[in-house]
Design a protein around this ligand. Structure first.
Ligand code: FMN
Length: 305
């Protein structure tokens, strides 16, 4: 069932690569929060492990304390995308370590854990708790959140991003990836500040702030009020931001935003991405990661050629 769309990566095409010294069998990973590997294992059984669609797995973002997430409705479809207002429901650090980590550690690929907090101390607690676990290859810092002390969204302020990285960098030698927000006029200063603060890679884009209205009314559809737009409708915006950030930083760029085909993934690499992440497309097709990696194998010679 996992192989429902076009099979797996052709064995004669070597797509192996590395992200911050983590060896990957191909350059396609998942975007945080868009593939529930634990639910997929329940649905597909061990077939999921045999045909895992991604070369590394990024967990859904976890926070220090459990969160219920936003009230429904949580999703709205646009003509070429999805607005979500999930609100980061998660079990919190302790619940993640006790219940989810042992299951995610069984995946046949390196594990990247996405973390978010509203204070430096909260981020530090997450980094210390997660990075000390052997099962974890790297951490992704989701900085699309306010620092309650300054009131600023960390990912919208170069100073906030730099000071957060300076606080977290000494806590672990494991790679720290920073997931940038696209909801800013120019992502380059934040990306540069994060890299100067010690980030090993940057990932972009996260979702674009968006609103949906109840048809025929002025009321907001989503229970959370606003949401984040993803899918093909954001791809051109993602390409512009990836292109600008990749030209400015020397750390690897994990490129995402509306990737649905190998050709889209190749464009992300041409724009400066080292690794490509697939998000919304996996809701339509849980095997999308494998298909896109296989298609990328056909496209890559054209990139280098
Ligand atoms: C339903 C949903 C949940 C998401 N949850 C997270 C999350 O927990 N943490 C995070 O950093 N990004 C999250 N994202 C953003 C994706 O990882 C990705 O950055 C974004 O959707 C753009 O890629 P795409 O267009 O391929 O989906 C989520 C996106 C969607 C659609």
């Amino acid at each position: 069932m996992m192989a429902a769309t076009n099979g797996t990566v052709a064995p004669d095409v070597d797509l192996s690569t590395a992200l911050c010294d983590i060896e990957l069998r191909h350059p396609v990973i998942n975007g945080s929060g868009t593939f529930d590997a634990i639910a997929a294992r329940r649905a597909f059984g061990d077939e999921l492990l045999d045909q895992f669609p991604f070369s590394a797995f990024v967990s859904k973002t976890i926070t220090p304390e459990p969160r219920a997430g936003n009230p429904p409705p949580r999703l709205w479809e646009t003509p070429a995308g999805l607005i979500n207002s999930i609100g980061l429901p998660n079990k919190g650090l302790t619940g993640f370590l006790e219940q989810d980590l042992p299951q995610l550690a069984e995946l046949p690929v390196p594990l990247i854990v996405s973390v978010m907090a509203t204070s430096h101390d909260g981020f530090a607690e997450l980094v210390e708790g997660v990075a000390s676990r052997d099962e974890v290859a790297a951490l992704e810092l989701n900085v699309s959140c306010p620092n309650v002390k300054s009131g600023l969204i960390v990912g919208e302020s170069p100073e906030e991003a730099r000071s957060l990285l300076e606080r977290l960098r000494p806590l672990t030698e494991k790679p720290l990836l920073v997931k940038l927000t696209p909801n800013i006029a120019d992502p380059v200063p934040v990306a540069t500040a994060a890299a100067e603060g010690g980030a090993d890679a940057v990932s972009l884009i996260n979702t674009l702030r968006a609103v949906a209205l109840v048809p025929g009314k002025a009321d907001r559809w989503l229970g959370g009020g606003t949401g984040g737009l993803s899918g093909p409708s954001v791809r051109a915006v993602a390409l512009a931001q990836i292109d600008a950030v990749a030209a400015a930083v020397s750390v690897p760029v994990i490129a995402m935003g509306g990737v649905t085909t190998g050709r889209d993934a190749a464009e992300m690499i041409r724009a400066g991405g080292t690794i490509v992440a697939v998000g919304t497309e996996s809701f339509r097709d849980p095997a999308a990661g494998s298909r896109i990696a296989a298609e990328l194998g056909q496209e890559l010679p054209r990139i280098s050629g």
